[in-house]
Design a protein around this ligand. Structure first.
Ligand code: GDP
Ligand code: ZN
Length: 361
């Protein structure tokens, strides 16, 4: 392999350690490549000289017992490229993984599914104003179990009056885990965050829907997204565009973002803020109207307390923001659940039709 090609592989996360592991494959004439996307069972691999479509060799498929051992995004694979540049490359081997994120679904016949491989860093996003530490705890355990390092990203820092306090509170509950606070709106903390993503290291970004992952990704990628995020896929008269699922950030770090990862069920529903706002909640219970919005209503105990100086107006503002934030997160979760249910129905109907066709053939 030329030094130039090695350098280009390095930009995809290649290391000397991996080089050592590939001697046998190189001796067989195979090239090293990284899986940057998977689309309908076809891998898109990058061997440093460019992207191409690749499929698993029959031999590899037959000697692999678990589906989760087949190539997934982030895998390093040994490929044989066809002399005809238009035809597909063959994947002969999957290199040992340093980490793998699995989706283990109970009752699924295919067993665990590998969602991403060779991930160094699992970025766990939580809203800074209402971080769910128990959820973080579980996600951190999963990250460690996968072989990657967890890194907590507290988002929407602009919604909090006390960012250092919020960060300190999370750090105290999660000793030994890196925690940063960011606001994509103001740009605060973004530099610290990016410093945590080392060039050549691979990260995934996980978190509940609505926490600000897409906004953060777009901020990290800048205008580059439009240029790098799509892979042109040509073949057999079909012209489709596949989203590249492993992308390189401007600072040289790599980020995997696959649809399956986003659905990874690490995340439960947002928890109530009422516990941290006992005093305001107790006041709200005393309002004359049960559906009081504490804005203008007569007999509002919350407004009265502010007037009398027993409730800080800033605290009330903060409480309102958190409630709005939670309501938003819950709405997002409901929408997602509805979409998911519709999708399942559609699949069910398709399967039903297929079975009927089968029966009357
Ligand atoms: P995702 O579901 O995790 O990808 O979340 P999105 O990136 O779609 O963001 C959800 C909502 O949060 C959007 O309305 C964003 O405009 C908003 N948002 C994202 N980042 C920030 C931020 O730093 N501060 C505030 N206040 N809102 C944000
Ligand atoms: Zn009220």
């Amino acid at each position: 392999m030329t030094a130039d090609l090695v350098e280009r592989l390095r930009t995809l996360g290649w290391t000397d350690f991996r080089h050592g592991h590939f001697h046998e494959q190189f001796a067989l004439g195979f090239r090293a490549a990284r899986v940057v996307a998977i689309h309908r069972g076809v891998s898109i691999v990058d061997d440093g000289a460019g992207e191409r479509r690749a499929r698993v060799s029959g031999r590899l498929r037959h000697t692999t017992s678990a589906a989760s051992d087949l190539p997934t995004v982030g895998d390093w694979v040994a490929v044989q490229t066809a002399p005809n540049a238009r035809s597909m490359a063959l994947i002969h081997a999957v290199a040992p993984r340093t980490s793998v994120l699995l989706r283990k679904e109970a009752g699924r016949r295919t067993g665990a599914q590998a969602l991403a491989a060779n991930v160094d860093l699992v970025l766990l996003a939580e809203p800074l104003a209402v971080p769910n530490v128990r959820r973080l705890d579980r996600a951190i355990a999963l990250a460690w179990e996968s072989g990657a390092l967890p890194f907590v990203v507290l988002t929407k820092a602009d919604l909090s009056n006390d960012v250092p306090g919020a960060v300190a509170a999370v750090r105290e509950r999660l000793p030994g885990v890196d925690v940063v606070a960011v606001s994509t709106f103001t740009g605060a903390g973004l530099e610290d965050f990016v410093r945590g993503l080392q060039p050549g290291h691979t990260a995934v970004l996980l978190g509940p829907s609505g926490v600000g992952k897409s906004t953060l990704l777009n901020a990290l990628l800048g205008e580059q997204r439009a240029r790098t995020a799509t892979v042109r896929e040509d073949g057999k008269g079909r012209h489709t565009t596949t989203h590249r699922q492993l992308v390189r950030l401007p600072n040289g770090a790599l980020l995997i973002d696959t649809p399956g990862l986003r659905e990874l069920q690490l995340w439960g529903a947002a928890e109530s803020v009422d516990a941290t706002f006992d005093d305001v909640s107790a006041l709200a219970d005393q309002c004359r109207f049960a559906d009081c919005t504490h804005e203008t209503e007569p007999g509002c105990a919350v407004l009265l307390a502010v007037e009398q100086g027993t409730l800080d107006v800033e605290r009330l503002r903060h409480w309102r923001q958190l409630r709005a934030e939670l309501a938003y997160l819950e709405r997002r979760d409901d929408q997602r659940a509805a979409i998911e249910a519709k999708r399942r129905d559609a699949i069910g109907a398709r399967l039903g039709r297929a079975r009927i066709r089968e029966k009357y053939r």
